[in-house]
Ligand binder design. Structure first.
Ligand code: SAM
Length: 213
């Protein structure tokens, strides 16, 4: 089976298992070629529902986790989005596919991954993304505020700067807990008030930085 057929088959499985529900998220995951964001050695496993190594001791999240995160972020097409942890660039691509009239800023601390994500997003033709090399625990104040903030690494607590950079009506999604297990938290800013929900357990690599590990 070719990559495109495997991608459609995996998306059908994610719908059947209840991970994918929203048309815009389903269509983005049908369209974005996960295989292109992977190093050659693991490309054949692109449509196995598992995290995969992308070098530098880092991983691309499993497709069902990308589905959970993207659904939970409730992305709208005009959203300005900040992602912390670009990694391969795949999650940023899925977000950019949905936020077609918006923009995705994505931050990565490991230079070769910054270059990789940048190259892959460019190869896929995304013009509404920018990759930044910096410590994402401090956010990206120059472009704030953001309608959506998504952290794809595990934090010991919610970094203060990320909350401060949320726009009114905005959502922040972040795995919080220990280094071996976290709860996925969603923070909402509505009428100036913050509220927090726990969306379930997850396991991410650590968020390393001034306001992280
Ligand atoms: N979203 C990625 C993708 O689609 O491939 C997967 C992210 S991977 C699970 C977590 C990433 O967060 C790693 O690439 C890691 O280097 C990065 N990271 C960890 N701490 C960071 C920080 N303070 N600022 C920016 N990136 C960070």
């Amino acid at each position: 089976m070719d990559f495109a057929s495997k991608r459609l088959k995996l998306v059908e499985k994610l719908i059947k298992n209840g991970y994918l529900k929203t048309d815009s998220v389903i269509s983005a995951m049908r369209k974005v070629p996960r295989e292109l964001f992977l190093p050659l050695e693991v490309r054949d496993s692109a449509y196995v529902d598992t995290p995969l190594p992308i070098g530098h001791n880092q991983t691309i999240s499993a497709p069902h986790m990308v589905a959970i995160m993207t659904e939970s972020l409730k992305v709208e097409s005009s959203n300005k989005i900040l992602e912390i942890g670009s990694g391969s660039g795949y999650q940023a691509a899925v977000l950019a596919e949905i936020a077609q009239d918006g923009f995705v800023c994505t931050i990565e601390r490991i230079k070769p991954l910054v270059e990789w994500a940048e190259m892959k997003l460019h190869e896929c033709g995304f013009e509404n993304t920018s990759v930044f090399e910096s410590d994402g625990t401090l956010g990206l104040p120059g472009n704030a505020p953001y309608d959506r903030v998504i952290v794809t690494a595990a934090a010991p607590h919610v970094p203060k700067a990320l909350v401060e950079q949320l726009a009114e009506g905005g959502l922040l999604l972040i795995p919080v807990g220990g280094q071996g297990y976290q709860e996925l938290k969603r923070v909402t800013l509505k009428s100036g008030e913050l509220s927090e929900e726990n969306l379930g357990g997850c396991v991410f690599v650590p968020l390393i930085g001034k306001d992280g590990w």
